[in-house]
Write a protein that binds this ligand. Structure first.
Ligand SMILES: Nc1ncnc2c1ncn2[C@@H]1O[C@H](COP(=O)(O)OP(=O)(O)OP(=O)(O)O)[C@@H](O)[C@H]1O
Ligand SMILES: [Mg+2]
Length: 261
């Protein structure tokens, strides 16, 4: 039984999540920093309700790509479409919630863990009823394995725990699309499993679209509907875990081989 299934009150959050079926098209994205050509024409379609893992080595441009998908950065050329709309079009209407779990976690140090998770709900006045809001926040903390840690300050918790708080904070936004940047980096094996179970559980139980970038090959094969290999600024190959495992592309084989020896 997965950790998510064991968590009775994690169910409160799962029942609360109501996601629209939203796909993402990444079309020929190019981005350079000076003469560092990081993204050289990345094209990838992510179907509504799919969990796609973009797998690449450190420095391959995964975080840069995610920042383009959420519109934090503009490409030199190419387009990002969310539900068929170009996000960099001046007429783009933000009809869908995208929530990002940043590699750096980006928590507010002056707020408790629970206050960090509740911030979006408070600012957007999502709940008139404080106790319902607290119930959702507690459930989100429980689902990421941080039950009872709501009163801690960020300075009192580890980097891996901060990442999980960031995941809880993203989930309570009720996103249509959730993006994870290196969700397991710095986590011990048990918490890596918790994070993997969380992503898998969301895929199974909620109609959410998930984009995960990581260099964690085990995680990719554990959670992905499809895996896209990012290398040298391009998507080298995309396919189901079985297709990637049996790929004959030498770049893909070199990348994943150590895992299956
Ligand atoms: N704002 C920036 N200015 C200049 N160069 C940048 C900037 N952001 C990223 N880069 C460069 O882009 C490349 C890709 O960076 P990115 O952070 O996307 O890698 P990554 O695949 O996420 O790596 P990691 O697995 O270590 O997180 C690196 O060479 C990095 O130095
Ligand atoms: Mg990164």
């Amino acid at each position: 039984m997965s950790t998510t299934e064991q968590n009775g009150s994690g169910r409160v959050l799962l029942d609360y999540l109501k996601c629209a079926a939203v796909g993402v098209r990444i079309e020929n994205i190019q981005r350079s920093f000076g003469d560092n050509y990081v993204l050289r024409g990345v094209t990838l379609d992510i179907e509504p309700r799919e969990t796609v893992v973009i797998l690449g080595k450190s420095g391959s441009g995964k975080s840069v790509l995610l920042r383009h998908i959420i519109g934090l950065e503009c490409p030199d050329s190419g387009h990002i479409y969310v539900a068929g709309e170009d996000i960099n079009d001046p007429d783009f209407k933000k009809n869908h919630v995208l929530a990002m779990v940043f590699q750096s976690s980006a928590l507010f140090n002056s707020l408790t863990v629970a206050e960090n998770v509740a911030l979006y709900l408070r600012e957007h006045k999502i709940f008139a009823d404080e106790s319902r809001m607290n119930e959702i926040v507690s459930s989100a903390l429980e689902i990421v394995g941080l039950k009872g840690r709501g009163d801690d300050m960020p300075s009192q918790i580890s980097g891996g725990m901060k990442r999980r708080v960031a995941a809880a904070r993203a989930l309570v936004m009720n996103p249509d699309i959730i993006l994870f940047d290196e969700p397991t980096a710095g986590l011990d094996p048990m918490m890596t499993r918790t994070m993997g179970d969380l992503i898998r559980g969301l895929n199974d139980k909620v109609e959410i679209t998930q984009i995960v970038v990581t260099h964690d090959i085990d995680l990719a094969f554990y959670v992905a509907d499809r895996i896209a290999i990012l290398s040298e600024g391009l998507i080298l190959e995309v396919g189901t875990p079985d297709q990637i495992r049996s790929s004959t592309n030498s770049g893909v084989i070199d990348f994943i081989k150590p895992q299956f020896e």
